[in-house]
Design a protein around this ligand. Sequence first.
Ligand SMILES: [Zn+2]
Length: 261
Amino acid sequence: MAIFITRRPKEDFSADEKEIALQKKKKIVSTLINLNASNLVLTRFSSYRKTIRLVAWICRFVYNCKHQNKKKDGLTVSEINEAENLLIRLIQCESFLGIEDKRIISLNPFIDHGIIRTKTAIFQRDDASEFRTPAILPSYHPLVKSLIMEEHKLKGHIGVSHVLNSLRERFWILAGRRVVSSVLKTCITCKRYSSKNVNPPAPPLPGDRVQDASVFQITGIDYAGPILLREYQKAWSFLFTCAVFIFYNFAMFNSEFHIAR
Ligand SMILES: [Zn+2]
């Protein structure tokens, strides 16, 4: 048990109000962010869109730490676009050594707002800048694979050429056809529809079907019902099948097992 005894100070205590005010004004805001595109997708989400939204929320957090007028609503389109651009820059930083990289030097690359883009043959066309100058992406990056799979599923499980054409409106993936083909081979839904039927070898016929017998000596019976007849009578339909010869007989019986008419 601890006993605290409070006593009034013997001398008059005068506080330095200016010093107290200065100490109150001091605020320490320390933000350490280390974004790694590979870790983001490997440890969090396999979906490209979800990864973009994750980056957008991180950027929102950083903005709110730095500014007094904090954003509180849901993510805006511009925030999501900025997050995607940031993600593309991270992928390119991890994969390329700049525009002098040997793998992309033949694509006539240039840097636009921090993103490495390529000048396509339709550069002079009056069209969207992303279409004329798509961003260059590496072949085997986890986020690029999730981007390909996302596009494939979003467009209704389309084939390699369609995915490639759709992505080339915004991105230029190195060795695109090969990597798109390899990613689409991992789609479980497509694999289910494109798999071949299993054709097991036909087993030998049962003994009852191959032995010598009279007609309808070995018979299979199937029935359905009840069926309502006139005057509210019930009847059942029977199908007798000879197991040895190709004969069958169809008959209808009532509840007293008489032939229904
Ligand atoms: Zn698919």
